[in-house]
Design a protein around this ligand. Structure first.
Ligand code: IPM
Ligand code: MN
Length: 369
């Protein structure tokens, strides 16, 4: 029997609650399929800081390297507002992304038919939406050096973050964009700000170069300034298929896109590295786009769909279990169609809790099986 080893990193806030819900779905597939899932868990974020004084331990990073895939909840919260910058909860996630070289972050934004009314945008604008934001995840402003606050001679302070990209970094994410587009509607929109940023000039140049020299001419490629792209995302989001953009713009634009789907609680993501040249192994981490949501932590009302759909992406991209992934997507869609709603997507009516939403999805899996 095939076996996959999953490292669970629930993290902080609602992270553990939605991870528990996802774990029940994993167990369901373990019981009903041909693949066994070995699950380990470890601490990350504020939880790791409280226990070990760091946002992720070397031992947890080692386990991350050893796992077949990582399922990550959320990190951060007001409790850790005053911890030293290098130990803030987010540092744990950033270290995992960087150490495992998870440069390609796939953030699909799908508006389920049953949720077209839950978006803050008009139903016609979002109904049937199916786009993919591909965010570069290991470069740009997040990691560029220098990154510092220095005190000047006159006592003023000066803060610096560095936006930096090299040709290979841009080329490899562009390739992923074109490859993904071919499995979808075959269109890529590249977003940068070449009108004010040198990194934007290079970004556009390299994307065009990969397009022209590596045989991607069958894909439709367009370029948009990232600010205009943000506007177009809320004006007419269905014009897009794959949007490829840098780390910081991708962070902003994917939060915007999440609201097109009804709620931030709906958006899953996959962070992928390149397959290893020798072993073929590709490191991967799956996480909901939503954060730790301190305001609703512990209430049992968090929407687990983004987390459960992140496991669906894990089935698809790490384990090659395409029919199981399709089945899980169908079960989520069916649960929503039958009226299952957590409070973030409930339209006035009765809302269910995290556990009940997981129950509803598992019930649909049962009837699909
Ligand atoms: C995300 C999050 C992270 C980011 C934080 C938690 C570091 O907002 O995954 O979008 O900014 O990348
Ligand atoms: Mn974000």
């Amino acid at each position: 029997m095939a076996s996959q080893n999953i490292l669970l990193l629930p993290g902080d806030g609602i992270g553990p609650e939605v991870t528990t819900a996802a774990q029940r779905v994993i167990n369901w597939f373990g019981k009903h399929g041909t693949t066994k899932f070995e699950i380990e868990s470890d601490l990350v974020g504020g939880a790791a800081y409280d226990a070990h004084g760091v946002a992720v331990t070397d031992a947890a990073v080692k386990r991350a390297f050893e796992a077949d895939a990582i399922l990550f909840g959320a990190v951060g919260g007001p409790k850790w507002d005053d911890v030293p910058y290098e130990h803030r909860p987010e540092a744990g996630l950033l270290r995992l992304r960087k150490d495992l070289d998870l440069f390609a972050n796939l953030r699909p934004a799908i508006c389920y038919p049953a949720l077209a009314n839950a978006s803050s945008l008009k139903k016609e604008v979002v109904e049937g939406l199916d786009i993919l934001i591909l965010r570069e995840l290991t470069g740009g402003t997040y990691f560029g050096e220098p990154k510092e606050i220095v005190t000047l001679e006159n006592g003023d302070k000066r803060a610096v973050d560095t936006q930096v990209y090299t040709t290979p970094e841009i080329a490899r994410i562009a390739r992923v964009a074109f490859e993904l587009a071919r499995t979808r509607s075959n269109k890529v929109t590249s977003m940068e700000k070449h009108n004010v940023m040198r990194s934007g000039v290079l970004w556009k140049e390299v994307v065009i170069n990969v397009y022209e020299t590596e045989g991607y001419g069958d894909v439709q490629l367009e370029h948009m300034l990232a600010d205009a792209g943000g506007m177009q995302l809320v004006r007419n989001p269905k014009q897009f298929d794959v949007i490829v953009t840098d780390n910081l713009f991708g962070d902003l634009l994917s939060d915007v896109a999440s609201m097109l789907t009804g709620s931030l609680g709906m958006l899953p993501s996959a962070s992928l590295g390149s397959p290893d040249e020798k072993t073929g192994k590709r490191y991967s981490l799956y996480e909901p786009v939503h954060g730790s949501a301190p305001d609703i932590t512990g209430k049992g009302i968090a929407n687990p769909i983004a987390m459960i759909a992140s496991f669906g992406m894990c089935l698809r991209y790490s384990f090659g279990m395409i029919s199981e992934a399709d089945m899980l997507d169908k079960a989520i869609s069916a649960a929503l169609a039958s009226g299952a709603r957590t409070s973030d997507i409930a339209d006035g009516g009765n809302a269910m809790g995290t556990t009940e939403m997981a129950d509803a999805i598992i019930a649909e899996l049962e009837s699909l099986a």
